[in-house]
Design a protein around this ligand. Structure first.
Ligand SMILES: Cc1cc2nc3c(=O)[nH]c(=O)nc-3n(C[C@H](O)[C@H](O)[C@H](O)COP(=O)(O)OP(=O)(O)OC[C@H]3O[C@@H](n4cnc5c(N)ncnc54)[C@H](O)[C@@H]3O)c2cc1C
Length: 464
């Protein structure tokens, strides 16, 4: 056996390493289909083991790709045959919730949903939420600075993280686990590991901030017939709901038709001919008062003719049914096969014009192309899913050019949530200046001079 592999085996034990066919049966992409090419997959059980592994990799110039729940959508966890994979699947400890400080300390391999459940059991809320909650891990959501459904109220993962423990490329353990909200003692080092996609360190543990568990939840799907009213409805509801607005998800008509009207999976809560549909939700502390306020705000919006129709969920099941429409990415990927997906950010006033321009250019190039738009409009973030009937490199490149060039002209950002990984690397320049990218490379060089951590993700690195 190759000596590096046998040294690794000494660190993690026989249970902690997979080789050959066992590695190929693993995935490094979503949806999982197998085919991981790495030379071995390591399953450390402790931070100390992660540190020993990286110390060895650093000494030998061995590249390492960290795996969380593999729900990332930009190829950030993809490994080649020269890489070792470091899977966090055995690091799933959840320490007791601190109910007074409202914090929870967890290992990086814990799935997001488990943290939500642990918080709820202590009558608290962990507010980060996204469709992949059952698989996405805390380490992965930190490394991608994940967003999701309630960013408008609680912010992204960056806003939930109080402390972090991470292992640097040379094996140094940085334990910065103080669970305090205010800490101005020099550089905020945890920021290095948030959204850096495993290129600056391996996250092993986190202290997360919890919030009061809402006592009420009011949800509605409303129909709106012109874009300008979408922005006014958002502003008016945010103000009328007194800080309790917790989701504002917009579906363009083409999304609604594809997922709801042309399918028997979801019923038809509202007619199919409206320009836009908004899934709006408010969570608060008083059931009766919050319901009355929510319904009064909707009535006011109807009277003001901001909205033309609305259905209010009357039960938990009805709420889940409405969210199932927004979250039905599986149907979307099947109906728009093969899909090319985007998660872009831009100013709300520019969105409609942007979507129309992209749609028009796509139709000019590919008359049979299909595109739907939807997303977290309240956060200035929309998703586009496009199919041109092929995933040939040249075709994807041509679609990317249309999507990103129109975005660049409007000062937009090519990734609001999913990150850059491998798939968007070539387009980073549309959102970051040459000086910004140079500074990122300086930080990478300082922390990982041999370029062993998740090599060539976000940008290409020259190792020393
Ligand atoms: C159905 C679906 C819905 C989604 N919805 C959203 C959404 O609403 N908002 C959103 O932001 N994203 C969303 N995503 C994308 C994805 O869930 C997030 O990017 C998530 O944060 C990835 O977590 P993961 O554990 O699966 O990470 P992985 O996919 O395993 O890895 C992602 C990146 O993080 C790195 N990484 C993983 N763990 C660690 C660690 N411990 N230390 C250092 N680096 C690490 C990997 O190397 C890779 O670069 C969705 C994905 C799916 C499939």
């Amino acid at each position: 056996m190759n000596s590096l592999i046998s040294k690794m085996k000494q660190i993690v034990g026989a249970r902690g390493i997979l080789l050959g066919a066992d590695v190929r049966s693993r995935s490094d992409f979503w949806p999982p289909t197998g085919g991981c090419q790495a030379k071995a997959l390591l399953r450390p059980a402790t931070t100390r083991e992660v540190s020993e592994i990286l110390k060895l990799c650093h000494a030998e110039g061995q590249t390492v790709v960290t795996h969380g729940g593999l729900t990332g959508l930009v190829g950030g966890a993809r490994a080649c045959e020269d890489d070792l994979v470091l899977s966090m699947e055995r690091m799933t400890d959840i320490a007791a919730v601190d109910v007074i400080n409202r914090t929870i300390s967890v290992e990086a391999g814990v799935p997001l949903q488990k943290v939500q459940e642990a918080a709820e059991a202590a009558d608290l809320l962990f507010p980060l939420d996204l469709g992949a909650r059952g698989s996405a891990t805390i380490g992965g959501t930190i490394s991608t600075n994940a967003g999701g459904n309630s960013v408008i109220r609680y912010g992204m993962m960056r806003n939930q993280l109080l402390g972090v423990e991470a292992v640097l490329a040379d094996g140094t353990i940085i334990s910065s686990l103080k669970g305090v909200i205010k800490n101005n003692t020099g550089y905020d080092l945890k920021q290095l590991f948030i959204g850096s996609e495993g290129t600056l360190g391996v996250v092993t543990r986190a202290v997360l901030r919890l919030r009061p568990l809402p006592r009420s939840c009011n949800t509605a799907l409303v129909a709106i017939d012109d874009f300008e009213r979408l922005g006014r409805f958002l502003r008016d509801m945010d103000s009328a709901l007194g800080g309790t607005l917790s989701a504002y998800e917009v579906l363009w008509n083409d999304f609604y038709r594809l997922i709801v009207a042309n399918s028997d999976r979801h019923g038809l809560p509202l007619g199919p001919d409206h320009e836009f549909y908004v899934l709006i939700e408010s969570t608060g502390g008083h059931e009766d008062a919050d319901k009355a306020r929510f319904e009064a705000a909707l009535e006011e919006a109807l009277e003001q003719e901001l909205i033309v129709d609305a259905v209010v969920a009357q039960s938990k099941q009805q709420r889940e049914d409405l969210w199932a429409i927004r979250d039905d990415i599986e149907s979307l990927a099947k109906k728009l096969f093969p899909p090319i997906t985007y998660d872009i950010s831009l100013g709300i006033p520019q969105m409609d014009d942007y979507v129309s321009e992209v749609r028009q250019q796509l139709t000019e190039h590919w008359p049979d192309s299909h595109m739907v738009a939807f997303g977290h409009l309240g956060d200035g973030n929309i998703h586009l899913v496009i199919t041109v009937g092929s995933l040939e490199t040249d075709e994807v490149h041509a679609v990317n050019e249309i999507v990103y060039t129109a975005l660049g002209r409007r000062q937009g950002v090519i990734s609001a949530e999913h990150g850059i990984g491998l798939d968007k690397r070539e387009y980073l320049k549309h959102s970051r200046s040459a000086e910004e990218i140079a500074l990122m490379k300086t930080i990478k060089q300082a922390l990982d001079p041999r370029g062993i951590l998740n090599p060539n993700k976000i940008f290409e690195v020259v190792s020393s």
